[in-house]
Design a protein around this ligand. Structure first.
Ligand code: FMN
Length: 181
C-alpha cells in the first residue's frame, strides 16, 4: 500500500514482550482514529507477532532491519510513535542511548526531532524493581517521552494482558497533536 499523505502517520514499535501478538488491537484503534499505521519490530520482537496479519492490517511490510546506505527511505516520517509493548531491554537500551537496531535508532532520535513518543512498557515486577529500569523511565520522562500506566505483573505468573491498555498510547499522544486522537 502506498502512503496516505492526507492522514497522519503513526509508527508503532513492537518489542519482544508477551503481549506483542495482540498489537493488532492498537493498529485497529489507531486506524479507527484515522491514522495511517506502520510497524517496526525489534529483531527479537519479530518472532513475537504474526507478521502476515500485521502486514495485512497495515498494508505495509514490517520493518526491522536498517536499510542499506543509498536505499530510499521505505516510509514517510512518523508524526507520532507508540512503543507497545516496550520490553525491559529496549527501555533500558533506549534510555542509555544504545542504537543497535532500527527500532532503537528511531527511538533515540525521535525526542530531539520533536516527534511525540508514548511508551507502554510490559514488564514484570522483578524487572521493574531493577534500579536501572527506574532510572531509565525517569530519563525517558525527562526527554519528554509519555509513559503508560501498566502496573507490572508478577514474574512467572502469566502476565496481565487483560489489563494492558493498548489505546492508552493514543490517549497519551492526543494532547501533543493537532491531528486525530
Ligand atoms: C516467551 C517470552 C516472553 C517474554 N516476555 C517479556 C515481557 O513480557 N517483557 C519483557 O520485558 N521481556 C520479555 N521477554 C524477554 C525479552 O524477549 C528479551 O529481553 C529480548 O531480548 C527483548 O528484546 P527487544 O527489547 O529487542 O525486543 C520474554 C522472553 C520470552 C522468551
Amino acid at each position: 500500500m502506498s502512503d496516505q499523505p492526507e492522514k497522519p502517520f503513526l509508527q508503532i514499535v513492537v518489542c519482544a514482550a508477551g503481549v506483542a501478538d495482540d498489537v493488532g488491537k492498537l493498529i485497529t484503534a489507531a486506524q479507527e482514529r484515522h491514522w495511517d499505521v506502520g510497524v517496526i519490530a525489534t529483531p527479537q520482537g519479530l518472532g513475537f507477532l504474526d507478521a502476515e496479519a500485521v502486514e495485512a492490517q497495515t498494508g505495509r511490510p514490517i520493518r526491522s532491519a536498517w536499510r542499506s546506505p543509498g536505499e530510499p527511505r521505505p516510509t514517510r516520517p512518523a508524526d507520532a510513535i507508540a512503543v507497545a509493548p516496550a520490553s525491559f531491554n529496549t527501555v533500558n537500551k533506549w534510555a542509555a542511548g544504545i542504537s543497535d537496531n532500527l527500532a532503537l535508532g528511531v527511538l533515540c532520535e525521535a525526542p530531539a526531532m520533536d516527534i511525540p513518543v508514548a511508551v507502554l512498557p510490559y514488564v514484570n515486577s522483578a524487572q521493574a524493581a531493577h534500579p536501572a529500569y527506574r532510572q531509565s523511565l525517569e530519563r525517558l520522562r525527562e526527554m519528554g517521552v509519555l509513559i503508560g500506566s501498566y502496573e507490572p505483573h508478577r514474574p512467572k505468573a502469566g502476565g496481565g494482558a487483560d489489563r494492558y491498555r493498548w489505546e492508552e498510547a493514543l490517549e497519551l499522544l492526543a494532547p501533543k497533536l493537532s491531528a486525530p486522537a
